[in-house]
Design a protein around this ligand. Structure first.
Ligand SMILES: Cc1cc2nc3c(=O)[nH]c(=O)nc-3n(C[C@H](O)[C@H](O)[C@H](O)COP(=O)(O)O)c2cc1C
Length: 203
């Protein structure tokens, strides 16, 4: 089954640095009325606390707005809706995506619901956007990313550009979130789109 634009996006938050990206992305989904199936790993929760001062799922809800379109799933429940290819979906994003989760998706091990849902996105030929944050990268990281790209995923590193002359951390975060939304075909008004002659170059 292929992607359905009116169906929910599956959104995995894992334990890589970059919690502000996850918070902003979830807020953007809420603001644009995009239905979301949300899965947060244990380390995802830890990074939300350490980097964004967010206390658990209640804290995440308070920081991201109207959750009427958000369904929350237990990351350890591999029998939940996102684990099945028969559940219609628009695609999936993992943001931020730890190298551990990225490796597991590349290996198809499906050890938790984030990994299984990503496996489903690949087998159903739906968009799968992975937002890793690691530096430097080992050959293992690079090979896993290559393997995932070959399988149909989009590797979208949390690597904001500077040609739009960001003034704040929010500007940097918005840059990455806008690119994620573009790749999931979610209409949004975040950030300025590059226009020829305005600044240095497109990214
Ligand atoms: C404070 C902190 C920062 C971390 N930053 C990263 C990171 O930037 N990239 C990464 O791949 N892993 C990072 N890790 C390690 C992952 O959290 C760890 O590999 C974890 O097992 C990932 O599990 P998950 O993918 O199920 O969330 C970090 C861990 C902690 C505690």
């Amino acid at each position: 089954m292929s992607s359905r634009p009116d169906a929910p996006v599956t959104f995995g938050i894992t334990g890589a640095s970059g919690a502000p990206y996850a918070v902003r992305l979830l807020r953007a989904f809420c603001e644009t009325g995009t239905a979301v199936r949300l899965i947060v790993s244990g380390y995802g929760l830890r990074l939300l606390a350490e980097e964004s001062g967010i206390d658990g799922i209640d804290g995440l809800r308070a920081a991201t707005g109207d959750w009427s379109g958000v369904e929350l799933y237990d990351a350890l429940d591999r029998g939940a809706t996102p684990a099945s290819g028969s559940a219609p979906s628009r695609g999936m994003v993992v943001c931020p995506c730890s190298m551990g989760t990225l490796a597991s998706i590349a290996a198809g091990t499906s050890r938790n619901l984030v990994e299984r849902a990503a496996d489903v996105a690949l087998k159903e030929r739906r968009p799968l956007v992975l937002v890793p944050r690691e530096t430097p990268l080992s050959l293992i990281h690079l090979e896993n990313m290559t393997r995932l790209t070959r399988a149909g995923a989009t590797i979208l590193p949390a690597a904001p550009g500077f040609y739009h002359r960001p003034q704040t951390i929010d500007d940097l975060v918005d840059f990455v979130v806008a690119r994620i939304l573009d790749h999931l075909d979610v209409e949004h008004a975040i950030g300025r789109r590059w226009r020829s002659g305005e600044s240095s170059r497109p990214g």
